[in-house]
Ligand binder design. Structure first.
Ligand code: UDP
Length: 240
């Protein structure tokens, strides 16, 4: 079976990374996984949350927010602010982004400051969380470099890069980096987050009205690993 956009099963979509697209943020990128486009911006606040001060926790903090812009979807998605409540999916995704970044950021080296990472989806076509994580890693690194350049800290507070990709089973076949058309037909859907040392940060997988075997799980994670390797190479050429 061939994919509707003629990709090989293990092939990710064309990736583009545009740096510093939000000049007021200390680090920002616009990342595209095909037609999925996400703005990732990291801003530094020179203070830490109150609970950290109260409990004398040393170092800094990093927190992520995620949203889909109203015009990112085919039919307009209402803003949370006018809906009056945050949506569960967005909350879940921003926690995932935060955990992924905390796994690779050295909060002690960050010093007593908060890194706010905002991921806003400009265009959604499947895999917005994986694009957000892959882009956010770079936005954070750029903000870290800014801190070093400004003489605010001595060393880059980033231990590793992190990248993420979706994998799934569609019509019995393992596919990497599913777009919306593929995602909606997937029997199994998985999001995998790994560092540039190829250690796992998180694996989210579920059978959608279906189940999967141990050997399929192995095929999925190994396909994800090769997708992430492709992403890590692209991150490297974007940031050096
Ligand atoms: N989607 C949408 N509106 C929504 C949620 C999702 O149009 O409120 C579409 C969008 O293209 C998204 C895809 O469904 O990328 C898959 O959504 P999922 O929740 O699996 O997250 P993602 O794959 O974007 O991380």
């Amino acid at each position: 079976m061939s994919r509707h956009d003629n990709r090989q099963p293990g092939q990710i979509r064309p990736i583009t990374i545009e740096k510093s697209i939000a000049p007021h943020a200390q680090g920002s990128v616009l990342i595209s996984f095909g037609n999925t486009k996400v703005i990732c911006a990291a801003m530094i606040e020179e203070s830490v949350p109150r609970w950290m001060k109260e409990q004398n926790v040393p170092g800094g903090w990093i927190t992520a927010e995620y949203s889909m812009l109203p015009y990112s979807t085919l039919t307009r998605k209402q803003r949370d602010s006018s809906r009056g409540r945050p949506d569960g999916r967005g909350t879940e995704i921003q926690r995932l982004i935060g955990r992924s970044l905390r796994a690779v950021v050295d909060l002690k080296k960050l010093g007593q400051r908060t890194l706010w990472v905002d991921c806003d989806v400009l265009q959604a076509d499947g895999g917005t969380r994986t694009a957000a994580i892959t882009g956010a890693s770079l936005a954070v690194e750029l903000a870290g470099r800014w801190l070093v350049e400004q003489g605010k800290i001595k060393e880059l507070p980033v231990k590793n890069r992190v990248a993420a990709v979706s994998v799934g089973i569609v019509a019995g076949e393992v596919l990497v980096d599913l777009d919306y058309l593929e995602d909606k037909d997937a029997e199994v859907d998985m999001n995998v987050v790994m560092t540039d040392k190829l250690d796992y940060v998180e694996v989210q997988g579920s059978g959608e009205e279906s189940v999967f075997s141990a050997s399929q799980l192995e095929k999925l994670t190994s396909a994800a690993k090769s997708g992430i390797e492709q992403l890590l190479a692209i991150q490297k050429s974007a940031l050096g």
